[in-house]
Design a protein around this ligand. Sequence first.
Ligand code: NDP
Length: 412
Amino acid sequence: VRPPLSCPAVTRRLLILGSTGSIGTQALEVVAHLRALGHDLRVVGLAAGSNAPLLYEQAHRAGVRDVALAANGAAAPDTLRVREGPDAAERLVREVECDVVLAAMVGVAGLPATLAGVELGRDVALANKETLVAAGSLVVPAAQRSGARLLPVDSEHSGVWQALRGRFPSALPARPDPGAPPMRCPGDVARITLTASGGPFRTWTREQMARATPEQALRHPTWRMGRKVTIDSASLMNKALELIEAHWLFGLEADRLDAVIHPQSIVHALVEFADGSVVAQLGVPDMRLPIQIALAYPARVPGTARRVDLCEVGRLDFEPADPGRFPALAFARRAMELGGAAGAVLNAANEAAVAAFLRGEGAPAFGAIADLVGEALERVRAPAPRSLEDVLAADAEARRWVESRLARGVGR
Ligand code: NDP
């Protein structure tokens, strides 16, 4: 028996990019849950990287005909219209009518398809933070031109969005003024603070961290996530990327953005107003909650995640991030100060260094990831991007720089 709807049913066609990943699979659970509640949420397309068996199984279960796979050559059922190759996800977005694109691919690989969704004026539920870090200066004006709304899925940005709700109809309302600078947060918002769990190395010394193995770095204390974002959480690069993401989503400069370590991962974000009043958002660390908030927006309906029981949690701790052990936050501020292609360079250097670290053999030590990113940010200069091609050129240049350092054995 369906529980009664507490608000009008949502009718929405959905494309999920990165359906086989951690966010993608949880999004499919959320869709099933919302459908069971009576909402008409239909998945009309799925995109993945190389996991063809899971992609096809998901398509079969959700009754989806249109799919995209970045890898080539996997035999597919006849019932599917499969697009293959590196631009397959972008073609899926351009060819399949939908209302919402959930951008949950990992890395800057998700940028062209996400930007396509924005240009087409779709609502874009954004998990893929690398897109805004690398190309916020293209994505935000494109959303302003097309009227696309960016609905944050990252839990901290969802928290900010919820704390600000009532102030904005969405995180980024369409502006009638093409090419205008990004929307400014109201002047009475003094500061936005994002929380970080501190990852597995919160209490480790710098020396211990420097030589940590991938296995140790992948052991996250509070969140279950894909491998790349888990490594980013261990170095706090994830929080660095999120500060830049918040800069673009909410139109705040670096001096009004902050990050604080909160090991329980219950408070996700805090918005402080000019008068000193602070509005915080709390929830258990379960990504199905922010995914549901974005997909069901503006409806608030029963969720699948457990509820916060503060007496059970007992205490909420907060501590500053040690800049000596976690230099990533300073890199985020530096990238915002530099502007131009700095976000693309920071992101690409990090993607290249993390991929090398995870490959294992002959790889850089954990501590070298931050060193490589910091150096790339200062050394690699690329013109301020005016197009997707410019962003991808800056991205390629930063990757080449990191690869050349690694080839010389730097960081081992
Ligand atoms: P995963 O590694 O678990 O999944 C990544 C997904 O992207 C997979 O479906 C993968 O496909 C797909 N993919 C990779 N490359 C391509 C490509 N070239 N074309 C199409 N699809 C591709 O990552 P997560 O789900 O953890 O993270 C996804 C994004 O969400 C990241 O940007 C992350 O920072 C962000 N995020 C994640 C959170 C989490 O809790 N996991 C929380 C907040 C944000 P395949 O499996 O076939 O390779």
